[in-house]
Design a protein around this ligand. Structure first.
Ligand code: ZN
Length: 344
């Protein structure tokens, strides 16, 4: 980690600091130059400078999925991987929602979360900036996923019970503005559920931490504070078992308390200690370099078997959901037996 003080071209989204930010990285995960800075007052980490809003919009509309997955539409193994992840996400989310509630998945990808939520009895829809993935969701999965960015969404005020963002918030150039807009879409008591990569994660090689498409990097303190600034009650935050992903849960309160820019004393020190402590040497001596490739190998093999004999993406997804219902991983409005009957 480099730790040099500099001025940022974009002020801190949380506390407004522009001067004396720290440079925490100068390269992204593929080795190309990328300047990543951290605010010393609150610990928010962001890419600085960054592309223009127009360049970002074109990137997400056309190139991003191709960049990440090498495809304009999900392949069967991507669909299976995505539905398995979607099932796990909906399993956690399920306990916070009541049946039939309107839910919006922002940055819906291929529509897998929307599909699983619909199957579980929710009035779910999605919005996705990438044309190819949004079309796939509509045409192949038959779910309501429209193409477009969050700024263009036509959502009636106070019409939603929940908004979910899975690995989306880190890509947004104005996360606070996005959260404020979502606040307006939600009913009082409505749920905002956000999952992002955890900047404190040490399960990956330190060189893999930063990415040009991840404009912001959060820990639990900065993400929860951003939600409070947008007028939400911060309910809880938790990480995945490997510490790689961070989830923050918010509710829209009756009378939101307007909050101005805020610092988070000690948070930058905490993040700096974690980044400095996570060296290549320490990473090489940990179990992580062995566990991750093995887990991935197992995952790929299981996906190769899992897609065999599937007739369509929905067939693939229904089988995965049914398996989750039968094994008790998921609970739905229907029992697994009734659900299987409805498929026949
Ligand atoms: Zn700050």
């Amino acid at each position: 980690m480099v730790s040099v003080k500099t001025s940022a071209t974009v002020p801190c989204e949380l506390c407004g600091t522009r001067d004396s930010v720290e440079i925490v990285a100068t390269r992204e995960r593929d080795g190309t130059p990328l300047r990543v800075v951290m605010c010393p007052h609150c610990g928010l980490v962001w890419n600085d400078p960054r592309p223009s809003a127009e360049a970002l919009e074109a990137y997400y509309r056309e190139e991003y999925r191709l960049d990440y997955k090498g495809t304009v539409e999900p392949k069967p193994q991507h669909t299976l991987r995505a539905v398995r992840v979607a099932i796990e996400r909906c399993r956690k989310l399920r306990s916070e929602l009541t049946s039939g509630q309107p839910v919006l998945d922002l940055g819906a990808g291929g529509g897998e979360v929307v599909y699983v939520l619909q199957r579980l009895g929710f009035d779910a829809r999605g919005l996705e900036p990438n044309e190819g993935y949004a079309r796939f969701a509509r045409e192949q999965l038959g779910v309501a996923v429209s193409s477009g960015r969050w700024q263009q969404a036509k959502i009636a005020p106070a019409s939603l019970s929940a908004v979910t963002l899975f690995h989306v918030m880190e890509h947004l150039d104005r996360p606070l503005a996005a959260m404020r807009l979502i606040h307006g879409w939600l009913r009082t008591g409505g749920l905002l559920w956000i999952e992002v990569p955890n900047v404190e994660a040490v399960c990956q090689a330190p060189t893999h931490r930063f990415h040009r498409a991840h404009l912001y990097n959060f820990n639990d303190a900065t993400l929860m504070a951003l939600g409070r600034r947008a007028g939400f009650d911060a309910v809880r935050a938790f990480t995945s078992s490997d510490g790689g992903n961070l989830t923050a849960v918010f509710r829209k309160s009756e009378a939101p308390e307007a909050m101005g820019p805020m610092g988070l004393p000690g948070n930058a020190d905490r993040i700096r200690r974690i980044l400095q402590g996570h060296t290549m040497l320490r990473h090489s001596l940990s179990m992580a370099p062995f566990v991750r490739p093995l887990r991935k190998l197992w995952q790929r093999a299981s996906e190769a078997v899992g897609v065999l004999g599937s007739k369509s993406p929905t067939d693939l997804m229904d089988r995965a959901i049914l398996q989750a219902l039968q094994s008790g991983v998921l609970s739905a409005l229907l029992t697994a037996g009734e659900w299987a009957g409805s498929l026949a």
